[in-house]
Design a protein around this ligand. Structure first.
Ligand SMILES: Cc1cc2nc3c(=O)[nH]c(=O)nc-3n(C[C@H](O)[C@H](O)[C@H](O)COP(=O)(O)OP(=O)(O)OC[C@H]3O[C@@H](n4cnc5c(N)ncnc54)[C@H](O)[C@@H]3O)c2cc1C
Length: 458
């Protein structure tokens, strides 16, 4: 179809999902002009603010994402929050289509007694702290010697590892000074990770689980005599699923190790479900776990047998949760935007014209960075299918929808927009800080400092 102007598309969220979607759309053959809008002063989403600092190899994905965002054909508008700086109505007026790639950054709830006690935390909040997120407090109360973590996914392992690692082994990473200072006074000795089901059902990836066994001066303790339970379905998974087979093998290797003498320990418990967080004077003093039993189909049921563990802090790593944006149909039960293969659906299940979604906010907070690429492919395929209708509708707001107009609006509203060249200044600054300390980078944390450096105001 021939058009007078490119289709104006806003991609909300400059994490991997939004970046891959922008990349695929820009190469789709459609005549498009793309703005990728990000609420934080820095791009890359959870690759910068979720992936653990001691996983530099995974953080390297940022290089590929930067190649897309810095190429020149996609415009980054960072430090712009959709919902406050620009509303959905503004997006409708300034763009022909919008793709929501806002991810998930909050903790899912866990409804058990005592979960709100002082000393009970969400893993996502702790991750944001140790990854230097600008919108969370600078200090974290690391006062517990014994800690419980509910959940057996990679986030639980990240939290356990960062808590148990000795500060000198984290000091070589990009962690900011406030985080290093906090970790230096961490008195922890024992971190207990709890899973409701058996070793065949844990969600650890084999690599992360193996890595745990190499953390200096930290022993891994497992309890095969009580926690190793396999029903028929579990046996089949443990024998046929390659990933799960490796996980079970690694756990068995840990079980066969001679008892260690390290000064810190990570205990991996299975077949125990959180029943209550115990407390005194409003503070966490322990956790009460209920032993579970497999039901033959891989699911578990409580047995009525309870075990108490004395701990002074609890982290729930039971999943991330998406945040709704005013006016965008949201599924409260899943924490995602209602959609079918990336087309946003209204309450009646009909596609909302010109609205799409991709990444964690589209399908829920599971899966690795690579999965967001296939997500993006599916969503962009829908835009290509809808292209004729989108171009037809685009004639309605032709004058309004120029790239300059949206910038003018943001400036009128006093928003300090950070574009790619501005981010490059902050990137160079952080690398400079790192170089002076023999590290690759040291993150700048306060939002105003990030913005000032990016905009050359410091
Ligand atoms: C703790 C943790 C560790 C992980 N480790 C790994 C790992 O080692 N390897 C791996 O492959 N995967 C890992 N993952 C998974 C990986 O981070 C996700 O698969 C991926 O980041 C999801 O991409 P996304 O773009 O959908 O969401 P996100 O990465 O969350 O990006 C969404 C972006 O949207 C922005 N945004 C949100 N709301 C708005 C708004 N209103 N206006 C403007 N912008 C907005 C956010 O600021 C963010 O930048 C990890 C995840 C977590 C939580």
């Amino acid at each position: 179809m021939t058009t007078e102007r490119p289709l104006r598309v806003a991609v909300v969220g400059a994490g991997p999902a939004g970046t891959y979607a922008s990349d695929i759309l820009s190469k789709s053959g459609l005549d498009v002009s793309i703005d990728i809008i990000e609420r934080l002063p820095a791009p890359f989403g959870l690759v910068r603010y979720g992936v653990a600092p001691d996983h530099p190899r995974i953080k390297q994905i940022i290089v590929a994402l930067a190649n897309v965002l810095g190429r020149g054909d996609i415009r980054l508008l960072a430090n712009v929050n959709i919902g406050t700086d620009l509303t959905l109505q503004d997006l409708r007026e300034h763009y022909d289509a919008v793709i929501f790639a806002t991810g998930a950054f909050e903790d899912a709830d866990l409804d058990i007694p005592g979960i709100d006690l002082d000393g009970s935390y969400g893993a996502a909040d702790f991750v944001s702290w140790f990854d230097g997120h600008p919108d969370v407090p600078r200090t974290w109360p690391l006062e517990a010697k014994e800690v419980a973590i509910f959940g057996v996914g990679n986030v639980a392992l990240d939290v356990a590892r960062v808590l148990a690692k000795h500060p000198k082994d984290i000091a070589v990473t990009e962690v900011p000074k406030n985080v290093l200072d906090g970790l230096t006074s961490n008195p922890v000795t024992d971190v207990h990770v709890f899973g409701r089901r058996g070793p065949a059902q844990v969600k650890f990836s084999p690599l992360e689980l193996r890595e745990l066994g190499h953390v200096p001066d930290v022993d891994i303790v497992v309890y095969p005599e009580t926690d190793y339970e396999f029903d028929e379905v579990s046996m089949e998974i443990a024998e046929t699923n390659k990933q799960q087979k490796q996980v079970v093998k690694t756990l068995t290797d840990y079980a066969l190790r001679e008892p260690g003498t390290a000064s810190r320990r990570i205990h991996l418990h299975f077949m125990q479900s959180p029943h209550e967080v115990l407390g005194e004077d409003g503070k966490v003093t322990g956790v009460r776990m209920e032993r579970t039993a497999l039901q033959g189909d891989g699911t578990v049921k409580g047995t009525g047998e309870f075990i108490d563990y004395p701990v002074q802090a609890v982290y729930r790593a039971v999943g991330y949760w998406g945040t709704p944006i005013d006016g965008v149909p949201f599924n409260d039960r899943k924490g995602t935007i209602n959609n079918e293969a990336g087309r946003v659906l209204d309450e009646d299940g009909n596609p909302v014209p010109g609205m799409y979604t991709t990444g964690w906010i589209k399908r829920g907070p599971v899966g690795l960075i690579g999965h967001t690429k296939s997500d993006a492919q599916e969503t962009i395929a829908k835009i290509i299918e809808d292209a004729d209708a989108l171009y037809e509708n685009s004639s309605a707001g032709a004058e309004q929808r120029s790239p300059d107009n949206v910038m003018r609006l943001l400036h009128q509203r006093g928003v300090d927009v950070i574009q790619w060249a501005d981010w490059e200044l902050l990137d160079a600054h952080e690398r400079g800080l790192g170089e002076a300390d023999g590290r690759e980078r040291i993150k700048v944390v306060p939002r105003d400092e990030m913005t000032n450096i990016s905009l050359g105001r410091s």
